[in-house]
Design a protein around this ligand. Structure first.
Ligand SMILES: Cc1cc2nc3c(=O)[nH]c(=O)nc-3n(C[C@H](O)[C@H](O)[C@H](O)COP(=O)(O)OP(=O)(O)OC[C@H]3O[C@@H](n4cnc5c(N)ncnc54)[C@H](O)[C@@H]3O)c2cc1C
Ligand code: FES
Ligand code: FES
Length: 1311
């Protein structure tokens, strides 16, 4: 194998030669497969590895190929984690390093993404750059729609996408957006008293477009001429790459392919590898031979002829269909239109560019979006083998894999022939997924009907459904029985009954949601019915076209345009121009993020002797381990050791957290959740470690009880800590005098952090003094140090912990890295070798858990005018199997339970439940986003009982003047009322009837800093906070710059580590900038005071001259700074205290469109008004607000964790767990920073990292408003339970109608 690296800029795999020359590298190795093999990533760190399944886009690179037939070069984006290196023969691969770098030239895409504040943690940024870059290579002046389409396959968990899209749109020729969005700001005039607001004219921008370097598409690297020569070489020969277990063969032409297919009939044909690749990776599928005809002219055609279209690659098919529909009359192109609609939402752009129609048709996934339409459109498949050519219909029998309708193993699909439609022929594709795009369908369908010419009499009917069984299924019996019927309501009614009878989904069907899926079967049919009817209406004047029921028109949801408007603050006009505080300074690492030069732990070069760690986790929720047999694992090549609890030199259980499974009381090992680490395998490569981990045999004996849910925990009285309670007034007494009392229950499900960079640790044992150096991603260095010290039984001063940046954290990297750190440090200690421990996405999701699910109960007493007099609230959260942060989360939840409302008699009690699930942990908002849904639920219920709107009840009960909270903390709610009022006025609320949400208090802690001034005047700042993407280091540089009165360029901030700043508290609770800012300020002020005499002597001197003089005068130029934290206290015995240093307020208003037939929703507009006091960096703070809002919106709507009743987590990757993509964000997104004063915090700022999370709930409440309206239309006026997330399933099943009734009536056993 020869890899040819063309310059630094272009990775050109020009010569993967015949015959593997014994590199030991399997031919199926993907371009970006094991992140733990950086050498195979050519020491290029830009391409990130996050999911490994093609679902996140972090590994996006551009592949370019020369087509000798058209003489054109084709550029397309791919997810490198699914691209076998051998398939790249003859292709040029451009990674983010090839686009531009800080060392060479920055590409405009990289520059603009950085300057538009489109990066936070930066882990997704190289992938974003590659997606936009590839689009520009094909379309130098793209449309805004092309930008969003190109980004649809790239996930970002931090930014909320708006600034990323914004940066892409700077390349558009004409933008229909409000692109220049810096129009006004909320500002406080100097003379104003606290909490008075005024709007004044705009004075700052988030970025300046004039600074962008122009984009010149002619300056891009040329395609390597040697690859052109190779492609045109008339003497090409078959290529064979041989590995130890597998062989990869690339045929030279079609005949060669047919020859190979005859010799190896079972060998898969690898085209896009998007079906085969995941099967090998995640389902352990094995093939000794692969045939890769990629690049064969005969298989690469998209052709349109007089009577049809033939196509292959999905992206090329898309382009061809677009062309045809623009050329041909509409009546001929109904099948093409249906395919185009589904091609837009099928996966992301990368997968569409990799996947082929042949691969799609042959692999026949049960969720296929195209096959049902192709079958409904009577497509045929052209096959070829050495025997000759033949055609088979792409029909129900083929899709259901009936042997006589299948292709033979030696046959190859040459093309798929898609017929034109005709005038009296209607074809449609319908689908519903958890997320609008890039998500497998929950149910999809392809339907077609042909009428007798000039009538509405059915001549031919076809219905195919996906995701309702193991294959796509045809409702052929139903269709047969309806031939000859008129297209009317009676026919529809019969069709629904028949199809429900024909398509059976067993109660225990994979994927669950049985009732919902059955409802969708007929809801989609109804949508088709309406569509055809409208078409018929236009063509014939049928007499009986009155609607069957008062349904909304079955129109398509709006497309995604995304406009935004950001209002931010002015700085004081008297502020010196070089003072960066208050300005939208770009993230300190933004450019490095976009060029891929920012180093994450996974990017660190291999260390001599290093070993990789793979985990073996429990498959039982509660069981005794009878046996751990490691012999088979230890016998495998490359395996060095297996590490268990017995190898832990110190404490294996620390503060209730168990590192390796063990029982503390008896000798037997016990597991207490599925996903608990039983042992780890250390090997020379990750592949070896993983392979060996699979061979560890564990024998369990189940134990009782197995507690999975909160209800089960309550039944068993299983709790992690004592009850927390706050109370004011006399709740029991008040209930006696109120007009009405309501009681209810609310379920709020959990959430996965889904940080883009999974948990990663590098533990390096040192030769001397038992020292251990750990590099990892975390929010809390001291906790990490503490756990490692406990596990190794050594003092903390021997453990040096370093963290430079984390690819997102959101609370998930507080305690879990400490536990995993202990696990890896034990392995390092035992083996005496460095350990690289990187959790795969699936393991990360399984082991580290996430946000606590909540069961909330309420009893509310209120007057008929909506005034709430008494509330009795109970909270129970599912804490999982160990304490982690659950007690603290519950404290915060209880303390924040009032939200924005004053209820004179108020009681809230809460307890974390102990269950046999992985231990839940901190998550942005720390319990508030869950708890508050309960409050909003009873507000809605009270409104319904009093015939008021929820907003009226909120307004009536909202805190109005300086008051005391239920835990007796005094506060002034003026900023809250201001945000609320602004939101009502400026969001056109009254015209659109939407939902709002409110405030968020903060937590506290102490912080330290260390500042060195060097003799050249440069300054190095260290502090106790960790950079997680939230722009903390950027703000700290701004603080140091103001305090020392020097430009930011003089200041450097490298990393957080325990050797410079000890005992650092967590970077959490939005307090990072507050507390570390004060510590940095303190250090800088000490240094400034020391320099004062020198400056006084030479006031006109330069900074460098003063430093030089100070050195001569033996003035110390280094100092520490300290902030002891805000003075807070809480006495839980009394339920009283000043628990929070200050409060952050915000209000948001969202408008949604809900499809009551499918449960899909579309977010049309969101307005956020956030009290930022004075923002140190408005760009960073707006980024936090938007990012938190979108994360919150995901939590309240589409993010759904699924467990089996036995406690096994099903959702272990982007395929099963859907976080918002660019298509979920509001079409119109308005954010305003409302200014107030907060003298307690540095520069009167506020911490905003968490507060936006809850504002995402405005989407939930808007959905419920819409659902309530739909229910009212159907005469259902009774209050319904408000739960979260409002998934499509929940929405649809709450919009009760004839279809849901019919599904409940027609229940039957399988035939
Ligand atoms: C992240 C991700 C998201 C996805 N989202 C969706 C989605 O939303 N909707 C949807 O419908 N699909 C989705 N898919 C599935 C995708 O559409 C299919 O995996 C893809 O179409 C398969 O094409 P391929 O070229 O990659 O096939 P390959 O993986 O290369 O091959 C698949 C199979 O087809 C056979 N084969 C390929 N070509 C031929 C040929 N010419 N003759 C005979 N046999 C052949 C191979 O032997 C193999 O068995 C998704 C896939 C991924 C990875
Ligand atoms: S790592 Fe390749 S798509 Fe996620
Ligand atoms: S910046 Fe996109 S994932 Fe962090």
């Amino acid at each position: 194998m020869r890899l040819c690296l063309k310059k630094a800029s272009l990775t050109c795999l020009s010569g993967l030669r015949r015959g593997n020359r014994g590199s030991g590298v399997p031919p199926t190795l993907n371009l970006c497969r094991e992140s733990q093999l950086p050498t195979l990533r050519f020491h290029l760190t830009g391409t990130k590895y996050s999911c490994g399944s093609g679902g996140c886009g972090a590994c996006t690179v551009m592949v370019s190929r020369y087509d000798p037939k058209t003489k054109k070069i084709h550029h397309y984006p791919v997810t490198a984690c699914l691209v076998p290196i051998c398939s790249l023969h003859g292709a040029a691969v451009t990674t983010v390093e090839g686009v531009g770098s800080m060392k060479t030239r920055l590409h405009p895409v990289q520059e603009r993404l950085a300057k538009c504040h489109g990066t936070q943690c930066g882990f997704c940024s190289p992938g974003m750059v590659m997606s936009i870059y590839t689009l520009l290579r094909n379309h130098p002046e793209p449309t805004p729609e092309q930008i969003t389409e190109a980004l649809g396959g790239n996930l970002c968990r931090c930014t909320g996408y708006r600034p990323i899209v914004e940066s892409g749109k700077t390349f558009c020729a004409v933008s229909n957006d409000k692109k220049y969005f810096f129009n006004s700001c909320a500002s406080l005039s100097i003379s104003e008293v606290p909490f008075v607001f005024c709007f004044v004219e705009m004075c700052t921008k988030l970025y300046n477009e004039d600074e962008f370097q122009p984009f010149d598409p002619t300056q891009e690297p040329v395609f390597p001429p040697e690859l052109i020569r190779m492609a045109e070489d008339p003497n090409k020969r078959r290529l064979t790459f041989r590995g130890k277990r597998t062989t990869w063969i690339t045929p030279v032409n079609l005949n060669d392919l047919l020859e190979l297919k005859t010799s190896f009939p079972e060998a898969p044909i690898i085209m896009g590898n998007t079906a085969v690749g995941p099967s090998i990776k995640f389902r352990d599928e094995f093939h000794p031979v692969f045939i890769s005809p990629l690049g064969l002219q005969e298989l690469y055609f998209v052709d349109s002829t007089d009577d049809g279209t033939r196509g292959y690659s999905l992206a090329q098919l898309n382009d061809a269909l677009h062309f045809i529909v623009s050329e041909q009359p509409k009546e001929k192109t109904k099948t093409y239109h249906a395919l185009l609609k589904h091609l837009r939402t099928l996966a992301g752009a990368q997968i569409r560019n990799m996947a082929t129609l042949g691969g799609h048709v042959v692999s026949r996934p049960n969720y296929s979006d195209l096959n049902p339409i192709l079958a409904a459109g009577n497509a045929t498949i052209n096959l070829i083998s050495k025997e000759g050519k033949r055609q088979i219909p792409l029909d129900g029998r083929f899709l259901e894999k009936s042997p006589e309708a299948n292709l033979k193993s030696e046959e190859t699909v040459l093309s798929v022939y898609i017929l034109h439609s005709t005038q009296w022929h209607f074809v449609s594709g319908l689908r519903i997924a958890q997320r609008q795009e890039n998500a497998f369908a929950i149910v999809n369908a392809g339907m077609s009907v042909k009428f007798e010419d000039g009538t509405d009499t059915i001549k031919e009917l076809q219905m195919f459904y996906g995701s309702v069984g193991p294959t796509v299924v045809s409702a052929s019996k139903t269709c047969q029985q309806l031939i000859g019927r008129k297209w009317n309501d009676q026919m529809l009614s019969d069709a629904c009954r028949l199809v429900l009878d024909e398509i059976y989904i067993p109660p225990d069907a994979e994927g669950g949601m049985v009732e919902y899926r059955r409802t969708l079967i007929i809801s989609l049919l109804f949508k088709f019915y309406l569509k055809v009817r409208r078409g018929l209406n236009k063509m014939v004047r049928t007499t009986s076209l009155g609607l069957w029921a008062p349904w909304p028109p079955g129109h398509e949801m709006h497309g995604n345009k995304i406009t935004c408007f950001v209002r931010e603050q002015c700085v004081d006009p008297h502020q010196p121009p070089q003072d960066p505080v208050g300005h939208p300074v770009m993230h300190q690492s933004a450019i490095k993020h976009t060029t891929g030069e920012a180093v994450f732990v996974d990017d660190m070069p291999p260390i001599s002797q290093e070993l990789f760690l793979a985990v073996v986790t429990s498959t039982r929720a509660h069981a005794k381990i009878i046996l751990i047999d490691t012999s088979a694992a230890l016998a495998l090549p490359g395996v060095v050791d297996v590490i268990t609890a017995e190898d832990v030199p110190g404490d294996n259980s620390y503060q209730g957290e168990i590192f390796y499974a063990q029982n503390e009381v008896c000798d037997l090992c016990t597991v207490i959740c599925v996903g608990q680490i039983v042992c780890t395998v250390a090997a020379d490569t990750y592949a070896h470690a993983k392979e060996a981990a699979k061979k560890v045999r564990i024998v369990y004996e189940d134990l009782e009880p197995r507690i999975i849910t909160i209800e089960q925990a309550l039944e068993h009285n299983s709790f992690l800590s004592a009850e927390k309670k706050i109370e004011q007034g006399d709740v029991e007494q008040a209930f006696k005098y109120v007009d009405q009392i309501i009681e209810g229950k609310v379920h709020v499900e959990g959430q996965e952090h889904f940080y883009m960079e999974t948990q990663t640790i590098l533990a390096i044992p040192q030769e001397e003094d038992k020292e251990m150096v750990c590099t990892y991603v975390t929010l809390g260095t001291y906790l990490f140090q503490e756990y490692v010290a406990a596990a190794l039984n050594i003092p903390r001063n021997r453990i040096a912990c370093h963290t430079k940046r984390a690819g997102g954290a959101f609370g998930g990297k507080v305690s879990k890295p400490a536990l995993l750190g202990a696990v890896s440090a034990v392995a390092a200690k035992k083996t005496g070798r460095p350990i690289r421990f990187i959790l795969e996405r699936g393991d990360d999701m399984l082991i580290t858990a996430g946000r606590h699910p909540l069961l909330g109960k309420y009893k509310i007493g209120f007057m008929n005018n909506g005034v709430i007099k008494a509330a009795d609230i109970e909270y129970y959260i599912n804490g999982g199997c160990s304490p982690d942060e659950s007690e603290l989360v519950m404290e915060f939840m209880v303390l924040r339970s009032e939200n924005a409302y004053y209820i004179p008699n108020f009681r809230c009690r809460g307890r974390p439940c102990k269950t046999n699930l992985p231990s839940n942990t901190a998550f942005r908002g720390f319990g508030f986003p869950q708890g508050i849904v309960v409050g909003e639920a009873y507000i809605t219920a009270v409104a319904s009982q009093c015939d008021l709107t929820p907003e009226q009840v909120k307004e009536i009960n909202m805190y109005k003047r300086t008051s005391r909270t239920a835990h007796k903390q005094t506060f002034n709610p003026e900023p809250l009322r201001r945000c609320w009022k602004e939101c009502l006025e400026k969001s056109s609320f009254s015209a659109r009837k939407l939902a709002l949400g409110c405030p968020q208090p903060l937590q506290s802690g102490e912080a330290a800093a260390l500042v060195h001034i060097y003799l050249d005047g440069s300054v190095l700042v260290s502090h106790s906070g960790c950079e997680l993407g939230q722009g903390l280091h950027t703000k700290m540089i701004q603080v140091a710059s103001r305090e020392l009165n020097i430009p930011e360029s003089y200041i450097h901030l490298s990393e957080t580590n325990t050797t410079t700043v000890s005992n650092a508290t967590f970077t959490a609770g939005s307090m990072g900038a507050d507390i570390n800012g004060k510590a940095v300020q303190n250090a800088c002020q000490i240094l400034k005071a020391r320099l004062e005499p020198v400056i006084r002597k030479n006031p006109r001197g330069t900074w460098e001259a003063w430093i030089s003089e100070a050195y001569k005068e033996s003035i110390s130029l280094s100092t520490t700074g300290y902030f002891k934290g805000y003075q807070t206290n809480m006495d839980w015995k009394k339920g009283e205290g000043n628990a929070f240093p200050y409060f952050v307020y915000g209000a948001s208003c969202s408008e949604v469109e809900v499809d009551c037939l499918t449960g899909a929703h579309k977010l049309l507009r969101t307005d956020i008004f956030m009290d930022a006091a004075f923002s140190i960096n408005p760009a960073v703070d707006i980024g936090q607000i938007e990012g938190a809002f979108v994360q919150g919106m995901g939590f309240y709507t589409i993010e759904e964790l699924k467990y089996s009743p036995e406690g096994v987590l099903y959702s272990r990757g982007p395929d099963d767990y859907k976080i918002p993509t660019v298509t979920e964000i509001p079409e119109e997104f308005n954010v305003t920073l409302v200014r107030s004063q907060n003298p307690i915090a540095i520069y009167s700022s506020k911490g905003l990292g968490e507060a936006g999370m809850f504002l995402g709930s405005s989407v939930l409440f808007a959905i419920y408003d819409a659902v309530a309206a739909a229910r009212r239309e159907r005469g259902l006026t009774k209050t319904f339970t408000l739960s979260s997330p409002a998934t499509p399933e929940l929405i649809r099943m709450t919009c009760v109608d004839q279809f849901t009734d019919m599904v409940r009536l027609v229940r039957r056993a399988p035939c």
